[in-house]
Ligand binder design. Structure first.
Ligand SMILES: CC(C)(COP(=O)(O)OP(=O)(O)OC[C@H]1O[C@@H](n2cnc3c(N)ncnc32)[C@H](O)[C@@H]1OP(=O)(O)O)[C@@H](O)C(=O)NCCC(=O)NCCS
Length: 161
């Protein structure tokens, strides 16, 4: 298994490579980040790290033995003991249980390290892999939503210490 590491400034080159290599793959299921995101990646990373320092977000990267980023599992909008979960796994590492493992690990850290009690998530109805990940990691459906105009589901997971 790769290591789950809290995002640091020195992850920048590997993180940018991950986002660039998988850009078209991710854009097939979730909204594209846009050209500006790639053009101003340094600035963007600095802003994310400032949010992390302030305790508003916790960004994690799944890093392999060669230092390459294989995935991301993030907690954003931390407030009142809750946060929103998001994740993405490299195309070349898909279907090996990485997202499931990463989400489980982040749920553990959410309780033990960040002191959270609830995580929220959402995915489109047609994202079968993501729905499988959420179901297997203890998230339950709370309702219906639309994500970028597509039908989706909202989820919650209550965390226990
Ligand atoms: C969704 C995503 C994170 C899953 O990552 P992953 O590491 O492949 O996930 P896992 O291997 O832990 O589990 C995926 C499960 O879905 C299944 N699955 C994958 N694609 C599927 C498909 N098209 N139809 C049915 N099941 C599918 C896998 O077989 C696996 O289940 P299994 O272990 O019982 O076989 C990854 O596909 C991804 O990054 N997609 C693009 C971004 C995205 O959609 N992020 C989530 C936004 S809510």
């Amino acid at each position: 298994m790769p290591e789950l590491q809290l995002l640091r400034p020195d992850h920048l080159p590997a993180l940018l490579a991950f986002e660039q290599e998988n850009r078209a793959y991710f854009a097939a299921t979730i909204p594209d980040r846009g050209d500006d995101f790639f053009a101003r990646f340094d600035e963007r990373l600095r802003a994310l790290l400032a949010e992390q320092k302030a305790g508003i977000c916790y960004f994690h990267v799944l890093v392999d033995a060669a230092g390459e980023v294989l995935g991301r599992v993030n907690l954003v909008d931390v407030e009142d003991g809750g946060a929103d979960l998001g994740y993405r796994i490299a195309e070349r590492a898909a279907g090996r249980g990485l997202a499931t493992w990463g989400v489980r690990e982040v749920c553990r850290r959410a309780v033990d390290t960040y002191g959270l009690t609830t995580l929220r998530a959402a995915t489109t109805l047609d994202n079968t892999a993501s729905r499988a990940v959420l179901a297997r990691t203890g998230f339950t459906v709370t309702g219906e939503t639309r994500l970028s105009g597509r039908p989706g589901l909202t989820y919650v997971r209550r965390l226990q210490s």
